[in-house]
Design a protein around this ligand. Structure first.
Ligand code: MN
Length: 622
C-alpha cells in the first residue's frame, strides 16, 4: 500500500501566511519525558495463562508508583505508557516498540514474574530505534516461577548487545498481594526520576549569554560535549544584544514596572554609599529590565510578538520574541559587561528562584559567569529534585576550626569539627537558600527535596510563608564597585544551618565530562564568626557555610575541580550517580553509601569500574 499523507498541507495558504509566535501551551518546547512499562511473560500455553493476570498487576503497580511520585518541573506527573499487550516474543515486542515510537518514549521498564524468552523479547529494543532509551527490568522475587531467572538472562542479553540495563530485584521474597516492597519501589523511582531528567533535557538548549568571563574555563561552552553527553544543544547570544534590547525598549514595559514594584515591596534595598554610577531607581529598573530580557531570551515572550508597534524594519520582533528554547543559561557579566553596566545579580537570583512578580513558578537555572559546566549540573539537579532551585557558588575559602579560632577567638569544633567551605557566590544566589524551606513546609530534614517542592506547589499557605521568610532574610545590596564598576544589586543573605545540601560539579577533561557530587549540610556559625568571615570578603554577597559528610572540608577543597560548584537542597547524591551512569559520565568523587549506588548491570562486568564502563560505552548521543 502506498503511504499517502492523509493531510496534504495547503501550501498555497502557507506560502501567503504571516509568521506568528506559536502558542504551544508551554514555555519550553520539545520532548517530554515518557516512560514505558512493558509486562513480559512466558508465551507457552499454560504458562502464559497462569501468569497473565499477575503480570498485569505488576505493571499496574509500577504505573501507579511512577505517576504518583515522579514530577516534572511544572508539577505535572511524568507520563507513563504501557504496552498494548503482554510481550512474550518477537512480534509482540515489535508491536510494543512501534507504539512507544509514536509516544516519544525515552525510557522503558520491563516487568516480569516468570521465565520469558529473554533475548527474543528484544525485538522491541535491539538498539534499532531505541538506542537512546534508558532501560530497566524488574524481576519478581518469588518461588513458583522465579523472575530472577528471566531477569539474569535478560540483563546478560542486554549487556552483550551493549544496551546498559538497570536490574531491580528484591533481596527478600516479595508478597505479590501487598504493595510494592520498599526496596523495589525505591529503585524503580530512582531509575524513573533520573530517566525523566535525561528525557526532559534532551533537545533543549543551554543559552550562553556572552563568552568566557575572566579566563574561567568553565565558561568556555563545549557545544559538542554538551550535545553528545546530555543531549543539550547550545545557542550563543552576545552581551551587546542585551544592550540593543535595552536601548530599543525591546521588553514588556508593563512587566518591568510590575517587577520594579514587586522588588520594592518584597526586599530591603541598600544601594550603597558614596558616589555611585546610577541613581537607585535607575539601577533597580535597569536590573529588572535585564532580568526580563534574559528570561525572554531563554523562553520567548508572546507579548513581544503581538506588539503593534513597528520596530526597526517592521517585522524583526516576531523573530526576536521566539527566544532560544533554553532550559538553562549563563551570563558572562564580568568584565566586558560589568565594567560599564549593572551586573546580572538580580537576573540570576530571581530566575534561579521559584518566586517572582508573576508568582510561584519553576526555576530557570542561570549560571554565574556563564560557567556552563556548572550550569549543566544546575539543570540536571533542578530536574532530579523535582524542580528545586539551585544555588551557584564560588568555592571561596576552606576554614578549619583552627583557622576560625585563630581569626576570631571562637572555638567551633563542636559545630563543624570537619571545617567548612565558604560558598559565597560573587553576588547572586537563589533566594530559597536564605531560609529553611523544610521548616517552612513543616517537613523533617529527612524528607526528599521533591516533597518540599510539592508542598510549595500544593499549598498557598506554604508559598506565602516561604515568600514572607525570603523577604525578611534577603537584602539587595549595591555591588562592590571595585569588582563591579557598573554597579548592580547583589542578593545578600546568610543561609540557615542544618540544611541537608548536595554539592556537585561537572568537569571537562579533554573532551570528556566527569562529575563530582558530595553530600553535606549547611552550618550555622556563631554570629561573630559569620560576621568576621563576611567582612573579610564582601559583605554584599550571599553567604553559605557548608560542611561535607564523612570527609573534611579540606578534603573537598583539595579534590574538587574548579572554582565553582552548585548546590541543591536535600541529599540527591545517589540520584546524581544513577543519572551519570545513564549519561555515561564517570563520577570522580562522591560520598554516597555503597548500598544507595544504582547503576546498570554492565558496570559489574567491569568490576564496578565507572571509568571503564563509561569509556567502553561512550556518550549516549555521541
Ligand atoms: Mn565566580
Amino acid at each position: 500500500m502506498i503511504n499517502v499523507n492523509p493531510q496534504r498541507p495547503d501550501f498555497e495558504k502557507l506560502a501567503k501566511s504571516e509568521r506568528v509566535f506559536a502558542d504551544v501551551g508551554t514555555d519550553l518546547v520539545g520532548h517530554g519525558p515518557v516512560i514505558a512499562v512493558t509486562p513480559v511473560a512466558d508465551g507457552r500455553p499454560g504458562a502464559y495463562d497462569e501468569n497473565v493476570a499477575k503480570t498485569w498487576r505488576m505493571a499496574e503497580k509500577v504505573y501507579d508508583l511512577l505517576t504518583s511520585n515522579v514530577f516534572l518541573p511544572d508539577g505535572s506527573p511524568v507520563r507513563v505508557v504501557v504496552a498494548p499487550e503482554i510481550v512474550y516474543g518477537a512480534r509482540t515486542g515489535a508491536i510494543a516498540q512501534a507504539y512507544y515510537a509514536t509516544q516519544g518514549v525515552c525510557a522503558n521498564i520491563w516487568v516480569s514474574r516468570s521465565w520469558c524468552y529473554s533475548d527474543e523479547l528484544m525485538s522491541a529494543c535491539q538498539g534499532i530505534g531505541s538506542s537512546e532509551w534508558q532501560q530497566a527490568a524488574w524481576g519478581l522475587n518469588q518461588t513458583d516461577r522465579p523472575g530472577a531467572v528471566w531477569l539474569k538472562a535478560f540483563c546478560a542479553a542486554m549487556d552483550e548487545k551493549k544496551r546498559p540495563i538497570f536490574s531491580v530485584y528484591s533481596p527478600d521474597l516479595e508478597d505479590e498481594e501487598g504493595p510494592l516492597c520498599a526496596y523495589v519501589a525505591a529503585r524503580l523511582l530512582r531509575f524513573a526520576r533520573c530517566a525523566a531528567a535525561v528525557g526532559y533535557m534532551r533537545g533543549k538548549n543551554y543559552l550562553s549569554i556572552g563568552g568566557v568571563a575572566m579566563g574561567i574555563i568553565g565558561s568556555d561552552v563545549r557545544r559538542n560535549a554538551l550535545l553528545d553527553y546530555f543531549g543539550v544543544g547550545s545557542a550563543s547570544f552576545d552581551m551587546s544584544g542585551i544592550n540593543t534590547r535595552l536601548n530599543a525598549g525591546f521588553y514588556d514595559a508593563e512587566e518591568v514596572a510590575r517587577a520594579v514594584k514587586w522588588m520594592k515591596d518584597h526586599f530591603r534595598m541598600d544601594f550603597g554609599s558614596g558616589k555611585r554610577p546610577r541613581t537607585p531607581d535607575d539601577l533597580l529598573e535597569t536590573c529588572c529590565k535585564m532580568t526580563v530580557i534574559v528570561r525572554d531570551l531563554m523562553r520567548g515572550n508572546a507579548s513581544l510578538a503581538k506588539r503593534s508597534v513597528e520596530w526597526v524594519d517592521g517585522f524583526k520582533h516576531v523573530e526576536w520574541a521566539q527566544g532560544y528554547n533554553a532550559v538553562g543559561a549563563g551570563t558572562q557579566g564580568q568584565r566586558q559587561w560589568t565594567d560599564g553596566h549593572p551586573n546580572f545579580d538580580v537576573t540570576e537570583s530571581i530566575l534561579n528562584s521559584m518566586f517572582d512578580w508573576n508568582g510561584f513558578r519553576a526555576p530557570m537555572p542561570v549560571a554565574t559567569e556563564n560557567d556552563s559546566k556548572n550550569g549543566i549540573g544546575m539543570i540536571a539537579a533542578f530536574l532530579l529534585s523535582g524542580g528545586m532551585s539551585q544555588m551557584f557558588a564560588d568555592i571561596r575559602t576552606n576554614w578549619t576550626c583552627e583557622s576560625i579560632e585563630k581569626a576570631t577567638g571562637c572555638n567551633v569544633s563542636a559545630i563543624c569539627p570537619r571545617g567548612i567551605i565558604d560558598k559565597r557566590n560573587s553576588g547572586a544566589a537563589a533566594l530559597e537558600y536564605a531560609i529553611d524551606l523544610y521548616d517552612v513546609c513543616g517537613l523533617p530534614k529527612t524528607a526528599p527535596v521533591s516533597d518540599v517542592v510539592n508542598k510549595l506547589r500544593r499549598s498557598p499557605e506554604a508559598r506565602e510563608k516561604a515568600l514572607a521568610a525570603i523577604s525578611k532574610a534577603v537584602t539587595y545590596m549595591g555591588a562592590a564597585l571595585t569588582y563591579f564598576p557598573g554597579d548592580g544589586l547583589s542578593s545578600h543573605f546568610r543561609s540557615p544551618g542544618g540544611l541537608p545540601m548536595t554539592a556537585y560539579r561537572y568537569n571537562v577533561v579533554g573532551d570528556r565530562f566527569t562529575c563530582s557530587v558530595v553530600e553535606g549540610e549547611t552550618v550555622d556559625l556563631p554570629e561573630p564568626v559569620a560576621d568576621a568571615i563576611s567582612k573579610r570578603t564582601d559583605p554584599t554577597w550571599p553567604e553559605t557555610a557548608w560542611t561535607p559528610r564523612g570527609m573534611t572540608s579540606f578534603d573537598y577543597m583539595r579534590r574538587i575541580g574548579p572554582n565553582h560548584d552548585a548546590n541543591c537542597l536535600g541529599l540527591i547524591g545517589a540520584d546524581f550517580i544513577t543519572l551519570n551512569s545513564m549519561l555515561r559520565i564517570p563520577v570522580d568523587m562522591h560520598n554516597v553509601p555503597d548500598g544507595d549506588i544504582f547503576r546498570p548491570t554492565m558496570w559489574d562486568r567491569f568490576g564496578g569500574d565507572d571509568f571503564k564502563a563509561c569509556d567502553f560505552l561512550g556518550p549516549v548521543y555521541g
